[in-house]
Every structure is written in C-alpha cells, then in structure tokens.
Write a new protein. Sequence first.
Length: 285
Amino acid sequence: RKALNHELSKLFNKMWDADINRLMPGKDYTIDLQGKAGAAQQGDNTVQDNAARHLFHNVNEECLKSIKTFATFISLLDNYETSTGIAEVVTPEEIVENNCFLDAILATEVMKLAHEYLLKKNLAKPNLADFKYQLYDIWFQLYARKEGDRPDSCGFEHVFVGETRRGKQILGLHNWVQFYLQEKRNQIDYKGYVARKNKTRPDKDDQVLSIQFSWKGSVKPIGSTFIGVSPEFEFALYTIIFLLAEERVTHETVKIEEYELQMVVCRHGRHIGTAYPVLLSSNSE
C-alpha cells in the first residue's frame, strides 16, 4: 500500500470542511445497512441477497432540489445510454446542462480550493472560463471504451451514472445520488455491505461504504462510494488526482476525516476512465 499522502490529505480535509452542501447522516438521510454481502463474481446473477430493504431508508429530497449543485447534477443523470458499444448522442440541451452543472460547482468553496491548489501546481488555467473548459474536456468529452469503437462513454457517465457491458457487467456507478434515485425506481437492488478483512460492520453514520448490488440484470460484487457528499466534493477530489498523475492508474492513500482511503483514478488518454474511493479503515473499528 502506498504511504499516506499528507499534502493531499490536508487539502482534502480542508475541502471536506468547506463542503457546506454535504448531507448529514441521521439528519438529511438515513441508511439501512442490513446484512453482510456474500461472495460474488462480476455478472453472477444468483448471488444471495442479504438485504431485503433499500440501502437508503430516506433522503431529504428538498436538499437535492434546492441545492444548486445537486439539482444540476441530477439533470445530467438521464443523458446517457448505459450500454457500452452504443454511441452516445449529445444534444444541445445536454451541453447546456453540462455547463450549468460546471458553473454551479465552480461557484463553491470546494472547487475554489481545488482550483487554487491546481494553480499552485501549474496544472490548471487561472482564468475560470479556461478552467471550466479543461474540466469539460476531462469529464464530458466522449471517447470509445474499446479501441476503434464508437464514442460510447465519458468520465462523467462512467463514474457518476454507471454503464453496462454486454448486459453482463456493471462498470462504474460510484455515486450515492444515482444509487438512491435508481433504488427509488427499483432499478437497483442493494445486496448488503462488504466488510473489510477482519473488520466490524460499518455503521449508519459512515460516509464511505463498500457495497454489493445488482443493476440492469448484472451484479457488482463490490462497489465503493462516498455517501452524502456533494457532487462538487467528488468532482474536485478526482480531478486533482487525475491532473497530478502521469500513470494510467493512480492510487493515492489519503486520510479524510476518520476515513483512510485509497483513491483510485484511471485515465483514458486525456480523460477520466474511472475514479472511486476504496475504504482502508475508519474509526469505528
């Protein structure tokens, strides 16, 4: 495991503290962890379901509607064809929605901290309009998941919306808002939490979880996600690691609040391929 990155930990904690749009466990939402997930393989559809109820017991939808970054984020979730191999068509309305979302997050303290840090490292354009264009390219520019195929994917779709491959595999889908909304429509079935080796169960206040679920007929044996955080918080974290890194797959160990995490970011050329947190430990042990 890579040594703890103190510089990034310090920055990410500052961003965590500045994340005024984050929802609070027990106050703005409640989760129901239920049973521990059984062993499963990717695409295995006979997996045991150890959670009869939804993961999200309730979420204050007023927050999702009234907080601008959540509202603009949610409007993007229906813009994608989840099947890889099917070319994405981006309409003029969707381009407007992408820009509204970026404008909303760029107005937050979290993204300001990210921008300042990247400026110091000479990795971002000082002008906000240029920085926004840079973010657009990293996250929304379409590419083909497989060589030479149709442009069927982008970083945003993979990380925040989720994709499926040949109906057998779930790719991405590391965002709690998308998870909640899909669960509400009975599209996602939460199967239970994934405990770390020799560790106790997570508790309902944990804001990083490893979970197992099925979606669109496939099972994701383990997926990890932040819970309750704002879209700008995740967006900022992943963008910073992406821009700092050279290699195709980057693992950074950071400590945010009481969570020791390995942040994984993979690049697809100049764009984000995937990004997610892996929980190494939290204080509830």
